[in-house]
Design a protein around this ligand. Structure first.
Ligand SMILES: [Zn+2]
Length: 277
């Protein structure tokens, strides 16, 4: 499932393709993937899909990406579990194309952009650019710049396990199962520790581990476990550097003990019982 580093890699690879391009047409094959929040204009599908607009900004909050046009429209793309947002010079063809739910054509021969999502947990949201900050206010601060003070202030009284809290997008936006496990390993914290049991100094240490892991993962183009690809179809490289995620039973890279695994917040969790005490 794409987390912050994967979505940021999509954003960075698409930016040079999309900025300044005019959307000349859009084909929506599955109307149920496009939603409009209450209070937003009931515009035509073409208008909601930015047709006629020139793309001026591609921005991100946590795992959500938004395309903004010169005339104040916004379209949020959520990749969900299996979604991808990809640029190509020609419209996608062949077998995988039945999972392509929306295709945008860019003017002056700048190719096309398409959204595919086999399991359809992702989707598109149309809204005015001025509504975007309110819409994203439901999310916590972006995890790439999370502070220890914010984590402490938000979580220090909570009895929830620290890993479950990191997965809550209202607390911080962008961390999912892979990077929660990786950050907790670096911070030497047990994923099961109740937030209220952590000493005050642990929060800055944890925030630093999150920022550092995410920054390195973005630089490596994210992690490709199954089907994740960036905006130009390239796989990520960070999976080769995972310390714990997907390594249950293998030796801990720090102490050599076999890594433990179990379910936490319904997600497979991997940690070192010796290092993360
Ligand atoms: Zn260890």
């Amino acid at each position: 499932m794409p987390e912050l580093p994967e979505v940021e890699s999509v954003r960075r690879t698409l930016e040079p393709r999309l900025l300044g391009a005019r959307v000349t047409a859009a084909t929506l094959r599955r109307p149920d993937i496009l939603s409009t929040p209450p209070g937003e204009p009931r515009a035509s599908t073409n208008r909601r899909l930015l047709v006629g607009g020139r793309i001026t900004t591609l921005c991100r909050q946590g795992k959500q990406l938004a395309m903004l046009t010169h005339d104040g429209r916004a379209c949020i793309v959520q990749l969900g579990m299996t979604g991808s947002l990809r640029w190509s010079s020609e419209p996608p063809a062949g077998d995988p194309s039945h999972h392509v739910h929306c295709i945008w054509t860019l003017g002056r021969g700048r190719g096309c952009l398409w959204f595919a999502d086999p399991r359809r947990f992702g989707g598109l949201t149309s809204l005015r650019e001025t509504s975007l900050p309110t819409h994203w206010a439901a999310l916590g601060p972006d995890a790439l710049s999370i502070s220890g003070a914010h984590l402490r202030h938000t979580l220090e009284l909570s009895r929830r396990a620290v890993k479950a809290s990191l997965l809550d997008q209202r607390t911080l936006a962008g961390v999912g199962n892979i990077y929660a496990d990786e950050a907790l390993f670096v911070a030497k914290l047990s994923p099961h520790a109740p937030c209220c049991s952590l000493p005050p100094a642990a929060w800055e240490n944890l925030a630093q581990a999150i920022r550092s892991i995410l920054t390195q993962a973005v630089a490596a183009g994210g992690s490709t476990l199954r089907d994740y690809r960036d905006g130009e179809g390239n796989a990520g490289r960070y999976q080769a550097r995972h310390n714990v995620y997907g390594r249950a039973g293998l030796p801990c890279p720090a102490c050599g003990s076999p890594l433990s695994s179990g379910l936490l917040a319904q997600r497979t969790t991997v940690w070192c019982s010796a290092c993360q005490g």
